[in-house]
Design a protein around this ligand. Structure first.
Ligand SMILES: Nc1ncnc2c1ncn2[C@@H]1O[C@H](COP(=O)(O)OP(=O)(O)OP(=O)(O)O)[C@@H](O)[C@H]1O
Length: 338
């Protein structure tokens, strides 16, 4: 049986908005509002959705880079939100993160050797006398030349810098890597190289990825399962094939109708959205998507839909949508979020 390495339950991140002369909390940005999902060892789960839907906030809350408002995050059997700050810092050895802009997260005054050595020293993964050898190995693993070891980040291209970021993450031998828009800033051909590298490393080191991206084209290449978020909530979870060939939620359909189909013979239903994404400060009542949904009914404005099994896909395909329930294929069964 596959091991459930990350379990997120009802995670909420409500950022306070301060105002007035006393700087009191006058409202909240409900960036993530009750998100539940699991990630199994060795798989890649992607989180997709438009800008501002709460993808990065979810990743940051798991890592406690921002303390979540509430919820439960279990990693490898440990309750992360119950750990003391010092314990959490140690736990970050097992959960690494790669950001969109490696340049911003690499110290410009350190050479690659120093960057990698620092990562190993902080987490004490490799004894001092063995660090040089390990640094050379890491350079090779991520496809950088050994002659580049004493260069500074600005002497590398964007793709190479992302390889340094990956090497730094690997230096502490993590189990889970959160890739937050890790290839978004790269040219398409370089994106493909970095994605292939991530896949190779996953096979070699049995890594698990939580891959955050707004780009379904990128997600299609790397994911096993995909989570679609809209305005702080999950609207659909499915394995990649099922999501791309048989999307259920109107929002997922709208996202997919913007990209070419995987199967040229299959005509995809066009779902064109009107209006902008509402504010997460005052999100719509009921289903958050109802104000833009072409299929919305009265019920959608009143009741929050739960994730339910749609009966599609091999590994459980779930969607949160009253309309889907009502058109009633009889396939949508209540279920717990996986
Ligand atoms: N520290 C913060 N304080 C207040 N609001 C925040 C904070 N961080 C994020 N937000 C808000 O939370 C919402 C979700 O942001 P988040 O960065 O998670 O979105 P995203 O889906 O990752 O999109 P993007 O790719 O554009 O970052 C946005 O409305 C954002 O403005």
């Amino acid at each position: 049986m596959r091991k459930e390495i990350l379990k997120v339950k009802d995670l909420k991140q409500h950022f306070p908005i301060k105002g007035g002369i006393f700087g009191r909390t006058i409202n909240h940005v409900k960036a993530v509002d009750g998100v539940s999902f699991s990630v199994y060892e060795g798989e890649t789960v992607s989180i997709v959705g438009e800008s501002g839907c709460g993808k990065s906030t979810t990743g940051r809350a798991i890592l406690r880079l921002d303390e979540p408002t509430s919820g439960h995050v279990e990693f490898d059997g440990k309750d992360l939100l119950a750990l003391r700050k010092s314990e959490m810092r140690k736990e970050r050895k097992n959960i690494q993160v790669i950001f969109q802009d490696p340049y911003a997260s690499l110290n410009p005054r350190q050479t690659v050797r120093e960057i990698l050595r620092e990562a190993m020293s902080i987490q004490r993964t490799v004894p001092k006398e063995k660090q040089n050898k390990r640094i050379l190995e890491l350079m090779e693993i991520v496809g950088l030349g050994k002659h580049q070891i004493d260069r500074f980040p600005h002497e590398f291209s964007g793709g190479q810098r992302q390889r340094i970021g990956i090497a730094r993450a690997l230096a502490v031998e993590p189990q889970l890597i959160i890739c937050d828009e890790a290839v978004s800033a790269l040219d398409v051909s370089i994106q493909a190289q970095v994605i292939n590298l991530l896949k190779k490393l996953q096979r070699e080191f049995n890594l698990t990825y939580l891959f955050i991206s707004h780009d379904l084209g990128v997600v299609r290449h790397i994911s096993d399962r995909i989570i679609v978020m809209y305005l702080g909530k999950i609207v659909e979870i499915a394995d990649k094939k099922s999501l791309f060939t048989n999307p259920q939620h109107p929002y997922t359909k709208s996202l997919l109708s913007a990209i070419p189909s995987i199967d040229p013979d299959k005509k995809r239903e066009r779902v064109i959205l009107t209006g902008d994404v509402p504010s997460p400060i005052n999100p719509p009542t009921g289903c958050r998507f109802h104000t833009r949904c072409p299929f919305a009914t009265e019920r959608c404005a009143k009741e929050i839909p739960e994730l339910r099994d749609t009966g599609q896909g091999e590994n459980g395909h779930q969607a949160a949508c009253h309309y889907l329930e009502e058109i009633g294929t009889g396939l949508m069964q209540p279920t717990n979020a996986r």
